[in-house]
Design a protein around this ligand. Structure first.
Ligand code: NAG
Length: 388
């Protein structure tokens, strides 16, 4: 039998119990399950993504007085995922897409753009489309964006490869790896399928997302005027870039107008720009502004570097090239470390250390084994540089 009076009475009791529990959790951080919630009410360091970017439901209502959560979660950025993959990467691509869907995109349905240096097979298209929650496009990289340019001195390139093989450098003898690095450095953002987008999130076959991403990193980047977001930073192998920094210094002299005020040169150089400390962002994960790469500073930079031939004579990676550009042509506040995003690319994992972040994101990674403060990581350098 329906008894409105009794229902209202029960609701009042419930409200009293819940709010009591809530007040208690604020007063006593160790009070039961409420410990993780208490983090949401304490001010977060300004480097972290603030509460208003969290998807409706992921943050208790009332934590963000400024913005209505429903309105936020229906806002969308002009963005796509980007994956460069070969047909032989099918299983690993499906796994990466499945994870990024489960951890993030199933609530947003952002499109997926897949690129390959040859046409994707029907099987590839079917299986990737099956796990995606948004529109999926498959594109072929134009040959002129991929193959070694005819003006490269092949004898010199061969000698360079042989040297790196002798030095046991990973992918030291590979031309296709060099094609890929050059493509990722200077061409992916010019692909016709990406022209319609402003923002991208780069993923690769066989990467892992260890935490729920309960906020929209694209909107966060867009609203804050950010340019480049990363999760892992480390030292580059010096044998792959022996002449790179010399060319960077020449470029700076030639194009001083492109250098941003308040840039991140201090993160990449410990002696005011004389030498490169080899710190770079690991570019297999990137959330960034395509217009930054399409703009005049990076266009001049890539053309200058490309004309030196170092993608083939040495083995310049897109990671140091992108990182040095982001460090010079953007202000340091436009670079974003996404502490919240648990990410793994073999053999390294970034796992959030903050217990609140880690529990809130339902992270499956081990925070004690995060790469952040490994000896090979540049995170300490980043913290020092950013004054954290
Ligand atoms: C998305 O971004 C691209 C590149 O900046 C731009 O050309 C396009 O007009 C944008 N689309 C919308 C809907 O804003």
């Amino acid at each position: 039998m329906y008894a409105p009076g009794r229902t209202r009475y029960l609701l009042v009791i419930l409200a009293v119990v819940v709010s009591g529990h809530y007040l208690l959790s604020l007063a006593h951080p160790s009070y039961g399950r409420a410990t993780s919630l208490s983090h949401l009410f304490s001010p977060r360091p300004n480097t972290n993504v603030p509460a208003e970017y969290y998807t409706h439901g992921a943050v208790p209502p009332g934590t963000s007085p400024q913005l209505d959560h429903l309105e936020i979660s229906s806002r969308r950025a002009n963005a796509s995922f980007v994956i460069l993959a070969r047909n032989s990467d099918l299983d690993n691509t499906v796994r990466s897409v499945r994870e990024v869907e489960d951890r993030f995109n199933t609530r947003h349905h952002y499109p997926l753009t897949l690129l390959n240096d040859e046409p994707f097979t029907e099987d590839f298209k079917r299986r990737v489309s099956a796990v995606a929650s948004g529109p999926v496009s498959f594109g072929v990289v134009p040959k002129e964006h991929w193959v070694q340019p005819a003006w490269i001195d092949e004898a010199r390139a061969t000698k360079g490869r042989e040297q790196l093989v002798a030095d046991n450098v990973i992918y030291g003898g590979s031309v296709s790896y060099r094609n890929m690095c050059r493509f990722n450095s200077g061409f992916f953002f010019r692909h016709p399928l990406l022209q319609q987008y402003r923002w991208y999130w780069r993923i690769e076959p066989d990467v892992h997302f260890h935490c729920d991403v309960n906020f929209d990193p694209f909107l966060y980047m867009q609203d804050r005027g950010k340019v480049y977001g990363f999760t892992i930073t480390m030292y580059e192998f010096d044998k792959t870039i022996p002449s790179l920094w010399g060319h960077v210094k020449d470029f700076i002299k030639k194009y001083p107008q492109h250098i941003a005020k308040d840039n991140a040169l201090g993160f990449m150089s410990d002696d005011g720009g004389e030498t490169y400390n080899r710190c770079h962002f690991w570019s297999n994960f990137e959330i960034a502004d395509l217009e930054f790469w399409r703009g005049p500073a990076y266009t001049d930079f890539f053309n200058y570097l490309d004309s030196q031939g170092g993608f083939y004579y040495e083995r310049w990676g897109d990671a140091p090239v992108h990182s040095i550009a982001a460090g010079l042509f953007a202000s340091k506040d436009q670079l974003q470390f996404f502490e919240e995003i648990g990410y793994e690319h073999n053999p390294y994992t970034h796992c959030p250390k903050d217990p609140g972040m880690w529990e809130r994101g339902k992270c499956g990674c081990d925070p004690t084994r995060s790469f952040d403060y490994d000896g090979y990581s540049c995170m300490r350098q980043w913290d020092r540089f950013m004054g954290l």
